[in-house]
Unconditional design. Structure first.
Length: 117
């Protein structure tokens, strides 16, 4: 199955509850077992921060749960992105080093896109 993100709920008025939920399904290896990331966005302040929680499943098995804060900080004429993630890695399904590598890869890709503008 191709990578896909679907918004399944959006409730901006109820700030105590997640107001945006996304589910992303990615294929994994020849077995066809997929990785499913379910994220709930709890706080979005334009030009300041995004706070979300994610549960990552491999097949039907819960692998990790994390809380992520992305802050945008003025830095001279530009903006510095500061990402802080607290993760719980369950039953050897994923290792913190794997998450650090993957997150670093997509942050590097984002940096290349921004540099093109």
């Amino acid at each position: 199955m191709p990578g896909k993100t679907a918004v399944v709920a959006c409730r901006r008025e109820a700030r105590a509850d997640p107001f945006l939920t996304s589910v992303e399904r990615l294929p994994l290896g020849a077995s066809g077992a997929g990785v499913v990331a379910k994220s709930e966005y709890h706080d979005i302040v334009p030009d300041e921060r995004i706070v979300y929680a994610t549960a990552l499943f491999t097949g039907e098995v819960l692998s990790t749960v994390s809380l992520t804060t992305v802050r945008f900080v003025r830095d001279g004429d530009g903006t510095r992105l500061v990402l802080t993630e607290q993760g719980t890695f369950l039953d050897g399904q994923e290792q913190p080093e794997w998450r650090e590598q993957g997150t670093g890869d997509w942050l590097d890709a984002l940096g290349r896109q921004v540099a093109r503008r």
